[in-house]
Design a protein around this ligand. Structure first.
Ligand code: FAD
Length: 309
């Protein structure tokens, strides 16, 4: 818990971010969890996943944007990415995931309006390309605004996906409220909060809350996207789907690029829909620290990767 807290705090530090950019230690983990820095590399990764029957959700790395110009640049990067996915014939295999803070949500009183406008532009490009968008969920302070953005944007883009985090105490209620017909909802445990006022802090409670929300989603007419690597929860998802007479196309499993790749292929081989969350780009620091915080075994992996160089 102490290590997790330290890593999550470090994920917000700009000084450490600059230091990590040149660290071979960080590179060892980055190479495993990030699909390169350029669009060409991520396109090749998506194409190879598609050949194996795996879908992708591509994240252009970036968060905590500090200026509207930066938010506009990230928006343009997504629009360019969607154009490339379409040109390469990959629109049916890949969508995009967008962090609200990357497109301006944190930029003061006008941040929500700016981020909503930027996500609307990304959604319009996704519609033109023939694919979808999911709005990632970040820290607890931005949950209400993010869900508001989703509700507003779904009027024009009903397929816009949202994320619920089972560690948040509010998620039981949010699952009921958001599970409208056809709504694409990614359920994950959550990678940010540790404040017991808003979040469950024990694994047992987070897992129990995950199962409760999963049950709500599976019983509803929403489209559940089950984002976990946890073998027990993956099994429960399969059971709940069967109990609620969902076919393999009526829900999907989601996992992170570089995490349990053999399990991703096993599920797809059994006929399940599996989507891999594929981040790419230069701004990998915050993403990397969250991966280390949730699974300290990744630190060992990084150390081995460096020792082998
Ligand atoms: P954990 O509690 O980390 O692990 C449970 C068990 O799963 C472990 O004991 C182990 O048996 C197994 N396991 C886990 N990882 C591995 C591994 N790499 N290799 C082998 N076994 C493993 N968080 C957000 O806050 N907002 C988001 O928008 C968001 N989007 C996500 C999208 C996707 C597709 C995924 C998969 C995760 C996302 N997350 C997001 C992160 C998520 O909240 C968790 O932090 C992360 O998935 C780790 O939780 P877990 O459910 O995998 O289980």
């Amino acid at each position: 818990m102490v290590l997790r807290q330290a890593l999550l705090s470090a994920s917000g530090s700009r000084r450490l971010r600059a230091f990590a950019a040149n660290s071979p230690f960080a590179r060892g983990v980055v190479d495993r969890f990030v699909a390169g820095e350029e669009v060409d590399t991520v396109i090749a990764v998506v194409a190879s996943l598609a050949q194996e029957g795996l879908f992708a959700s591509v994240d252009h790395l970036g968060e905590d944007t500090t200026h509207p110009r930066q938010a506009a640049q990230i928006t343009e990067a997504y629009i360019g990415l969607l154009r490339r996915l379409s040109e390469e014939g990959l629109s049916s295999a890949a969508e995009v995931s967008v962090k609200p803070s990357a497109v301006g949500l944190g930029l003061g009183a006008d941040g929500e309006e700016l981020a909503t406008a930027n996500v609307a532009r990304i959604c319009a490009a996704a519609r033109e390309a023939g694919t979808t968008v999911t709005l990632d969920m970040e820290g607890p302070e931005s949950v209400s605004a993010t869900l508001r953005m989703v509700r507003v944007l779904r009027a024009d883009f009903p397929w816009l996906g949202c994320v619920l985090q089972s560690y948040l105490r509010r998620t039981d209620d949010d699952a009921v409220a958001m599970a409208t017909p056809g709504a694409r909802i990614r359920l994950c445990k959550g990678a940010y909060a540790l404040d017991p006022a808003v979040a469950h802090t024990s694994h047992r409670e987070v897992d129990a809350a995950f199962v409760r929300a999963l049950r709500t989603l599976m019983q509803s007419s929403a489209f559940p996207m089950v984002a976990t690597h946890d073998p027990r929860l993956i099994e429960i998802a399969g059971t709940l789907a069967a109990l609620n007479r969902r076919s393999a196309d009526d829900f999907e499993y989601q996992m992170l690029y570089g995490a349990r790749p053999e399990e991703q292929r096993r599920l797809a081989g059994m006929g399940a829909r599996v989507r891999v969350y594929v981040p790419y780009g230069r701004d990998w620091y915050g993403y990397l620290l969250r991966r280390l915080a949730e699974r300290p075994a990744n630190l060992v992996f990084a150390a081995r990767a460096i020792a082998g160089r």
